[in-house]
Write a protein that binds this ligand. Structure first.
Ligand code: ATP
Length: 348
């Protein structure tokens, strides 16, 4: 089903959590709500679940206004950050809880719970209690429980935040696989940009209760609409440049640019670390000041006059690009954004 936020507003005293949120999630789509802490992600999700009520605006499901429909009559399954399983029930009974409330006969309930535990990769854990399960396993059970009533929308509120890095990656891949298999409309709240980019069909970046940009992961990453999005989704360099028509002079080179351009000619050119090429040269006017090896890539901190630029290079290049090396710096990709300069430019 489709879920539409229309001019959604919610304030808590003086704190405005949602400030006119407009966003439509399509049928079968996995939409990530991404943004910094406090930008209203959870409040938006809770408005869909019916745990929270907007002061103004509406939530529409398949075009129907459900803003006033009570939570228990909405067709939504929810998974929270904290595992929130019933500690006194084993995995099977946790999964079957909603079915029991709906008075589904025991045999059918157990069969359905077994099916769901199989679906989330825990066929042998039905009898285990939450304290006998790892964090990742508890989240799988929580996911199975959320799916038990065959909801038409799945709401995930930072479901992986409490897990360690490896489990987080495996489980997010499984959530995606399951979501595609079931074709269930899903809203996935996260403040982790890598998680959002890797799991979603589209990413909605929220800022202070409003939608800043919504688009497929690559679009949000490569074509951020605002400096806020550029900065929040990945790492960004700010390099001073000079704009003239559809071209910008940056790091001594003329590069074509498109998209919305500021009217000023002195601009901030936003470039990703992977767009910065660093070549050792005894004549070079830049120097590597730090290098952090991360396996497949190494991130270099390069000083050019008063400017510091980050450059990502293949990990195996880290040896020949050690701190102290003199280098030339060039851009190998178009800037992702050209913005009006906000601070005085450092002298190059
Ligand atoms: P986080 O990633 O930290 O969970 P979020 O983007 O999910 O943040 P929300 O939880 O939606 O943000 O909160 C948005 C703002 O509304 C925050 O400033 C928060 O403190 C405030 N807020 C949310 N719920 C309540 C509440 N029940 N009472 C008072 N303030 C609230």
């Amino acid at each position: 089903m489709t879920v539409e936020f229309r001019g959604l507003r919610r304030a808590f005293g003086r704190t405005v959590a949602l400030d006119g949120l407009d966003l439509t999630v399509q049928q079968g789509e996995l939409m990530a709500l991404l943004g910094p802490s406090g930008c209203g992600k959870t409040t938006a999700l809770r408005c869909v679940a019916g745990f929270e009520h907007p002061d103004a605006g509406a939530v529409l499901v398949d075009g129907k206004d459900i803003t006033r429909v009570p939570a228990n009559r909405r067709d939504a399954g929810m998974v929270f950050q904290s595992y929130s399983l019933f500690p006194n029930l084993n995995a099977r009974d946790n999964v079957a809880f909603g079915l029991q409330v709906r008075k589904v006969p025991t045999a059918r309930r157990h069969a359905r719970a077994a099916e769901l535990l199989e679906l989330v990769g825990l066929p042998a854990h039905a009898q285990r209690y939450p304290h006998e399960l790892s964090g990742g396993q508890q989240q799988r059970v929580a996911l199975a429980r959320a799916l038990a009533l065959e909801p038409r929308v799945l709401l995930l509120d930072e479901p992986l935040s409490a897990l360690d890095a490896k489990v987080r990656i495996t489980l997010r891949e499984e959530i995606r696989r399951l979501q595609l298999e079931l074709g269930i409309t899903t809203i996935f709240v996260t403040h982790d940009q890598e998680e959002a980019l890797s799991v979603a069909d589209r990413v909605a970046v929220l800022r202070a209760g409003r939608l800043e940009q919504c688009g497929p992961p690559a679009e949000v990453y490569d074509r951020p609409a605002t400096p806020f999005v550029a900065e929040f989704v990945g790492t960004m360099n700010h390099v001073p440049g000079h704009l003239s028509g559809q071209e910008v002079t940056v790091l001594g080179r003329l590069m074509p640019v498109d998209g919305p351009l500021p009217s000023a000619s002195d601009v901030d050119v936003l470039v990703r670390p992977e767009a910065v090429l660093v070549t050792p040269s005894s004549e070079g006017d830049a120097t590597i000041v730090a290098s952090s090896f991360r396996g497949s890539v190494a991130r270099l901190r390069v000083r050019l006059g008063e400017l510091e630029i980050l450059s990502d290079v293949p990990g195996h290049d880290a040896v020949r690009l050690a701190p102290g090396t003199r280098v030339d710096v060039a851009l190998v990709q178009r800037p992702v954004l050209v913005a009006a300069r906000t601070a005085p430019a450092p002298t190059l």
